[in-house]
Write a protein that binds this ligand. Sequence first.
Ligand SMILES: NC(=O)c1ccc[n+]([C@@H]2O[C@H](COP(=O)([O-])OP(=O)(O)OC[C@H]3O[C@@H](n4cnc5c(N)ncnc54)[C@H](O)[C@@H]3O)[C@@H](O)[C@H]2O)c1
Length: 431
Amino acid sequence: MFTTQSSPGSPIIRCGMIGFGMIFDDTYRPVFELRGAEPLYSPATGPVQVRLAAVASRTGVRGARYLTSGYGQRQPFTNYSGSDATRQLLASDIHVVCVATPDDRHFTAARDALIAQKHVLIEKPSVLSLAELDELSRLATANGVLAKVVYHKLADPDHKKLRTLYQDGVLQHVNNGYCSLLEPKSISGGQFAEWITGRNPATYVAVHYLKLIDFTFGPNWALSRISATGQRGLVGPADGPTWDSVQLQVVYLHPDAREAAFDIHTSWVTPNNFPGYVEQEVQFRFDNAVWCAHQRKRGVELTVENRTPGELKNTPNYHYNGTFLEPWGERSQRGYGIEVIERFFQEVANVEFGGPPDTRSERLAQMRALTYNDIMADRNCVAIVQSLEAILCRAVAGAPGCVVKVNTPPGGLVLYEPGNATPFILYEGRV
Ligand SMILES: NC(=O)c1ccc[n+]([C@@H]2O[C@H](COP(=O)([O-])OP(=O)(O)OC[C@H]3O[C@@H](n4cnc5c(N)ncnc54)[C@H](O)[C@@H]3O)[C@@H](O)[C@H]2O)c1
């Protein structure tokens, strides 16, 4: 599959981006700019370059702007646009596809890329239903490629420490917790305005915390039930399908039959001049401990006349992503948001170049067994997202207060509506 080489012994991973918006600029662009010039390296693979080779988007405007920009390390790529862009991109000479379209357009792009035998990385949330997830898992297996999801919060050093302490038994038996992630009005009113009708902020951002909870405190527990409510009236009409904010509750069952409940609050109507731009906070309570964390308030507080809180943030999170003048004189852009994308390319490099071709399937199996990002390990998150979307949809139709139960006799995901004796099966198989 990987035949293109820049020079003998120095393989290249050629990548196609489907979707070329804000998240490309934040996290993918720095990876391509750095790794085109300075290869990834591991003892097993040797140096491996990563190239942005093709882009597919609706209008092609941002791609064209980037191609003519003054970015130093920018690589040349083919900029496809319009309704046939994805098909053209998949027909070009690429090995890997990154899907960064709006969340309700991930499935078709990822499906077509897997059918074309490309390794795939999908922005969170991977897909919106378990049926779609089943199909992507099947295609990844059938075509012998990786299908992975970006969950950068798992690479945040604070979250790595949280999981380490839990897995080592220092934090014992999680009982409950809350997470909140509040985005500014500019997201709902500007950046996402084109596709926001009928959408909600929870699908888009609660998944960060759903995965954090599921990965950190699992896998020895069972998802039990999901409920949700929210508010409308700012982004769209108060009786319409577009949500301003959502409050989601997820309940798990430990093997000892004690329950754990998590409340996740999300919004995309916070004032634009909120000091940190995005507000993110968690608290988890254990039998013997409490963990409280705040994404922004890690110690830096900055005020610059005429530049904060707009261009520069008052309480910035430089751990996620920041541009730096390194002590040794170089300029860099780094952080866990970038690291997690590089990690995916290392996994691809490991499969393709980490040993002889006849052991490729073993390396593929090892990389697919990584539950932090493999699509097969995304079942609980997708189950919650599918339930959430169904609950909000029923609320719009005049039936608020629904609850979805997981893996009960009627089915894998079963929605119960207040006052209606007949349950609705969202997914028949086991979650
Ligand atoms: N990891 C994170 O923290 C993070 C942050 C922001 C966004 N995201 C995710 O990234 C994805 C994109 O978000 P964004 O903020 O970059 O959005 P955006 O609106 O800035 O960009 C979306 C891009 O998708 C393209 N697009 C839309 N429909 C398409 C189609 N059918 N075929 C090809 N291209 C299409 C648009 O042209 C645009 O280039 C979403 O899934 C979002 O959840 C992740």
